[in-house]
Design a binder for this molecule. Structure first.
Ligand SMILES: *Cc1c(COP(=O)(O)O)cnc(C)c1O
Length: 390
């Protein structure tokens, strides 16, 4: 049998997963317990409290699903929507498309409001779509679209939804822990995230929070949710109220999530957002020297995910492969129509560090020089350093 060799350490600067602090990995090695062990229930209670802080919410219904970000998306939609309900989905990238896909599987009447990939959603078009519809159950949008690096303002969409008597759902998979997410202040009714992007633990859990109105909508369903595993009312009984068995908790993942959230609170939300912002500014200053602009307009650029425009004629896949093989650095390629056109560079959570920005630029300079690509040697590093010194 072939010997299994441990993969080399990677610097994860793609669209997720991001790197994880050793403190989180150590926490994941804590002893296993029964899923109703009072000590473990205490750990779950901590996670709920910490998630409320991260989400800036007082929502009673706050917990973490066993599953990646898509489980949060699926749970949100299947617990709220029933066959025949109308949902308006804003789409400007891969994850908006996925929301519309899942909503369609619920038998909902899916109305989409589309924008170009790299552009924000036009609020006027959402308003128009809502005016043209009779009754709308839900409006859904992605906060940070990881396929394009666009951050979409959530509050105006929430206000439009509420004016129509609809609930508002926000995908905060990439935003939570990297930019501000204000559930209560912005009027977000349903929000899910994931652990492996800006939260700082490995992939495998999906934090989720529901406003009292969303809980009410869920309780007044006509039919049972088709999925047992993702039935939020059953999960509520395990996580939040009676602590009755539903499924065996993913204990090690929950230990890891708790530690990552503790680190987030220790750092402080504002300082954490400032760190993400500064590192992104430095990265973009460096890329500019290499002749690379950013897909999104400045006002809508997400600090945790930069979609960098690849110069004409560069064999981008070759450079990306060399980055991985020779430097152990992962960055992402473009998805769908953006394949070959952008690099998706993530500076998320533990991966958002000034030293990583400098290492990436250094590696890129070496590889681009090898491709006979023209730029001023050292210019990207000094541009980034200037941002860090300012
Ligand atoms: C990554 C991502 C998802 C899906 O999460 P998985 O953990 O891959 O299941 C959903 N929405 C957005 C915005 C994402 O970036």
């Amino acid at each position: 049998m072939q010997e299994i060799t441990e993969p080399k350490d990677r610097l994860l600067l793609g669209p997720g997963p991001s790197n994880v602090n050793p403190r989180v990995i150590r926490a994941m090695t804590m002893p296993l317990m029964g899923y109703l062990d009072p000590t473990f229930l205490g750990v779950m209670g901590d996670v709920v409290e910490l998630l409320r802080t991260a989400f800036r919410t007082k929502n009673d219904f706050t917990l973490a699903l066993s599953g990646t970000g898509t489980s949060g998306m699926e749970a949100s939609l299947i617990n709220i929507l029933e066959s025949g309900d109308t949902v308006v989905v804003a789409i400007n990238g891969v994850f908006g498309l996925r929301i519309a896909d899942i909503a369609g599987r619920c038998g909902a009447n899916v109305v989409t409001v589309d924008a170009g990939w790299g552009s924000p959603i036009d609020i006027g078009l959402v308003k128009q779509a809502l005016e043209n519809l009779d009754k709308v159950k839900l409006v859904a949008a992605v906060h940070v679209e990881t396929s394009t690096g666009v951050v979409q303002p959530m509050q105006p969409l929430a206000e439009l939804a509420h004016a129509k008597g609809a609930l508002f759902l926000a995908d905060a998979v990439t935003s939570l822990g990297g930019v501000d997410v204000r559930i209560d202040d912005w009027g977000i009714d349903i929000c899910y995230s994931a652990t492996q992007k800006c939260v700082g633990s490995p992939p495998g859990m999906s934090p989720i929070t529901l406003s009292p109105n969303a809980v009410e909508a869920m309780r007044s369903r006509q039919n049972k949710v088709q999925s047992f595993y993702l039935d939020l009312q059953l999960l509520e009984k395990y996580w939040l109220t009676d602590h009755v068995y539903h499924h065996t908790a993913s204990m090690s993942m929950i230990y890891g999530l708790r530690e990552a959230l503790l680190m987030l609170v220790e750092e402080g939300l504002e300082d954490r957002f400032a760190r993400h912002s500064l590192n992104a500014q430095a990265l973009k200053a460096g890329l500019r020297e290499l002749g690379m602009g950013v897909l999104a307009e400045e006002e809508f650029q997400a600090p945790q995910l930069t979609a960098a425009l690849i110069p004409e004629g560069l064999d981008e896949a070759k450079v990306r492969r060399a980055l991985l093989n020779e430097y152990g650095i992962e960055i992402g390629g473009g998805l769908g129509s953006l394949a070959g056109k952008v690099w998706r560079i993530g500076l998320m959570g533990e991966s958002s560090k000034s030293s990583h920005v400098l290492n990436l630029l250094q590696a890129l300079e070496s590889l681009l020089a090898r491709e006979n690509y023209k730029f001023d040697v050292g210019s990207s590093l000094s541009a980034a350093q200037k941002v860090f010194a300012s």
